[in-house]
Design a protein around this ligand. Structure first.
Ligand SMILES: [Zn+2]
Length: 243
């Protein structure tokens, strides 16, 4: 299993690693990585790997999980100079993209929690993006006017400058402590025995494998930009970040 350096240190931008597997010249597994693989509604990181022996650069286009491995997809333009098992590399993640996703992810936990508490909605899914993020939820009575109020509550919580704590607990402990494992937690596969907890002090505590900011002040604020009716009781909300 790849050691997941992003799990407890979301601010790690560079790291050193050794190549353990290469498939089709393009799919690279390292012994450890700070690259976040797409999961739980959070897109993968991008960036580059630089080989220590000759300084050759390899673009990382996409990162995914596969049977406990984290697989880095290398750009086709880099294939001829192929990476090999045992090569030592330095990894650099595209920080602007990742940091945006971190702010979006912590913001999603906050606004989703507000919609749950204030409207009694049930969160059914989420998808983070650079420009906007989406929260899907189930809600019988859909009062659009209320969402300006929910936005304000979320922004007041963000302005409290609450610390965001990340820690690992056993799966059993997580199931006992958390009354629910939300859809935001679906990045975990069944064979994982440890569960990563994300606690936004005074706001919410849940199981989540994503990357988060250290303090809610880094989010700055959110703006709800679109509300959609998806039939029956299915609703969709889009929001963006204030800069
Ligand atoms: Zn999450």
């Amino acid at each position: 299993m790849t050691e997941m350096l992003y799990f407890l240190d979301c601010y790690l931008k560079e790291f050193e690693a050794t190549i353990e597997k290469v498939t089709d010249n393009r799919f690279v597994v390292l012994d450890r990585t700070a690259f976040y693989p797409e999961s739980g509604g959070q897109p993968s990181d991008t960036g580059k790997l630089v080989r220590e022996s000759d300084g050759a650069e390899f673009n990382v286009l996409y990162v995914s999980k596969s049977n406990g491995d984290i697989v880095h997809e290398i750009g086709s333009e880099n294939v001829s100079n192929g990476l090999k098992v045992g090569d030592k590399v330095k990894g650099f993640i595209d920080w602007d993209r990742r940091y945006r996703h971190m702010r979006m992810h912590t913001a999603t936990h906050i606004i989703a929690n507000v919609i749950e508490k204030e409207a009694g909605a049930q969160i059914t899914g989420n998808q983070l993006g650079i420009d906007q993020s989406r929260v899907d939820f189930s809600l019988e009575v859909f009062d659009r006017d209320k969402f300006a109020e929910y936005e304000k509550i979320a922004n007041d919580l963000i302005a409290r400058e609450s610390p965001v704590n990340l820690y690992l607990v056993s799966r059993k402990e997580a199931e006992e402590r958390l009354s629910r494992l939300t859809t935001l937690a679906k990045g975990f596969s069944d064979e994982i025995n440890e569960v990563r907890i994300v606690e936004i002090e005074g706001v919410t505590i849940e199981a989540c494998g994503g990357t988060h900011v250290k303090n809610t002040e880094e989010i700055k604020g959110i703006k709800i930009i679109k509300l959609q009716n998806k039939g029956k009781s299915n609703r969709r909300m889009y929001f963006t970040l204030l800069d």
